[in-house]
Design a protein around this ligand. Sequence first.
Ligand SMILES: C[S@@+](CC[C@H](N)C(=O)[O-])C[C@H]1O[C@@H](n2cnc3c(N)ncnc32)[C@H](O)[C@@H]1O
Length: 281
Amino acid sequence: MRRLQLFEFNEAAWLPGCLRALITDYLVCLCRVTRAFHQRLPLLAEAIRHAPRQDRIIDLCSGTGGAWHHLAARLDRMFSHRLKVVLTDLYPNASYQEASSDPHRLKFHPRPIDATNPEDQLEGLQTLFNAFHQFPPAQASLVLKRAVDQNQPIAIMEMLQRRWAMLPLIVLTPLMVLVLTPFIRPFRWNRLLLTYLLPLAPVMISWDSLVSWLRCYRPEELLKMAQRLDAPHYRWEAGSYWYRGAPVTYLVGYPLTSEAPLSAAGQAGAVAAPAAPRAGR
Ligand SMILES: C[S@@+](CC[C@H](N)C(=O)[O-])C[C@H]1O[C@@H](n2cnc3c(N)ncnc32)[C@H](O)[C@@H]1O
């Protein structure tokens, strides 16, 4: 399947925040139901251990918080200190902080942060969940390059795989929206109206899911992009797997700092082979 760069509603500057939240709240719910990213928690923990600053995660393109509502507490158990997650977006919304499931740990940044802007200094593990696919290759490379230039680890995770095996999930998206809507938090009246009375939410979410699928990068494409950065002091791992019916594609890279074990330091310059796509559990 060739990668296609098409338009998505959630990234449109003209989309009112209340409609964007209908899409991103659905993604939060999907992350909660599938726990799709939990399988790579040890890899995320490893990336954090190689961060110059290990107590903070900077999430880019956060929407209403995505996977972090459920991931943060689980990841915390792997450390003796408490992790803080700064959630950033190009279109931040003050109301997201009020709806935060863990306001002390999850902080929504009030200013717009463009994931492709190399000027922003972002200290801590940089993460992008369900968002990297939206950038065309040149911009996507900028996201990786900024992390490398600032010597920070980065984790890209998508609940997507650009393979025909994902087609049934794309076809079923409108139905999934109808079924999951009563379980989406926070409760919003407009969600019910715009789902069951005037089905704008299912239309936007289904379109965005279709386009995300067609735009998603494959593990080998992600690794190639990382290799082109010419960062021999970085260790990269990319792969894809299925978990509880959800497809995942990921790329994680971190600098091999002086704290890295000698054996790992010996691998400097090597790019980890893509993990073989794993069969679902
Ligand atoms: C598909 S949503 C993903 C939200 C969240 N990460 C999740 O998993 O639920 C993509 C988000 O990226 C944001 N976005 C689009 N372009 C961006 C950019 N250049 N920089 C930062 N955020 C951007 C949109 O506002 C939207 O909230």
